[in-house]
Design a protein around this ligand. Structure first.
Ligand code: KIV
Length: 269
């Protein structure tokens, strides 16, 4: 199924310069994907930017938070997503503690996503404190998607999944973080759970696109989690999510019906 849709030179593929050029031209629909099947659906829908989020941990792998997911798990799933994508730009999310240590360790891990998994770019949480790492990766040919605001890998330090940038001081710090990431060479950045007005100001101040999640309508793009968009998740769904389908009850009804048919001899007929 996916062999024919592997990335090749025959189709229009999204690149980092093409994504950057969308700023001010077209809003950027971004979606997470975790395997070849979800990636194939996202790609067929024409989603230009596909993130293998570390939300893999809690949406697919059954962990409570994103913190436990490992490099090996992320590389394994990123490679599957790449196999399912023909046109989209695939970004791999660097998991907790894969880049928070030394620069060497972070570069080695980022390189694995490009070399082993075939990703086009990596995503890193954090602002100014990550500028040196972002600059080094970009200088070595690894494009970086930044991520500021609510950064779930810092949930223990933040004290929960809360809106960020609410005070004047916190808003100024986020603005500085955004500028630092742009200067370091990030090609775009996720703004997660920040007030809409702040997201608007950050977006207006940058030349690179912002991709919002729970950050209001003024960002250059929006990102949502695959299972949330389709209404098939089984955990807590944040209030800002819009379900574009409600598949969970349909899947449950189909599976119950299959069970019943097998048990009662209706299938095979
Ligand atoms: O892991 C993830 O899914 C993310 C996005 C929601 C931004 O980081």
């Amino acid at each position: 199924m996916f062999a024919s849709s592997q990335k090749n030179g025959d189709v229009m593929t999204w690149t980092v310069p093409k994504i950057k050029a969308l700023k001010g031209e077209q809003k950027i629909a971004t979606l997470t994907a975790y395997d070849a099947l979800s990636a194939h659906y996202a790609d067929e829908a024409g989603i230009p930017l596909i993130l293998v989020g570390d939300s893999l941990a809690n949406t697919i792998l059954g962990y409570e938070t994103t913190l436990p997911v490992t490099m090996d798990e992320m590389v394994h799933h990123t490679a599957a997503v790449v196999r399912g994508v023909k046109e989209g730009l695939v970004v791999a999310d660097m998991p907790f503690m894969s880049y928070q240590g030394t620069l060497e360790h972070a570069i080695e891990n980022a390189g694995r996503f490009i070399k082993e998994a075939g990703a086009d770019a990596v995503k890193i949480e954090g602002g100014a404190m990550r500028a040196e790492l972002v600059g080094t990766l970009v200088a070595n040919g690894i494009p970086v998607l930044g991520h500021i605001g609510l950064t779930p890998q810092s949930v223990k330090e933040l004290g929960g999944f809360k809106m960020q940038g609410k005070t004047e001081e916190a808003a100024r710090k986020l603005m500085d973080d955004a500028q630092a990431l742009e200067q370091a060479g990030a090609f775009a950045m996720v703004l997660e759970c920040v007030p809409a007005e702040l997201a608007q100001n950050i977006t207006a101040s940058l030349k690179i696109p912002t991709i919002g999640i729970g950050a209001g309508p003024h960002c250059d793009g929006q990102i949502l989690v695959f299972t949330d968009v389709l209404g098939m998740g089984h955990g807590h769904v944040p209030g800002f999510v819009k379900k574009f389908a409600d598949l969970k009850p349909q899947i449950q009804a189909a599976l119950s019906s299959y069970k019943q048919d097998v048990e009662q001899g209706g299938f095979p007929s």
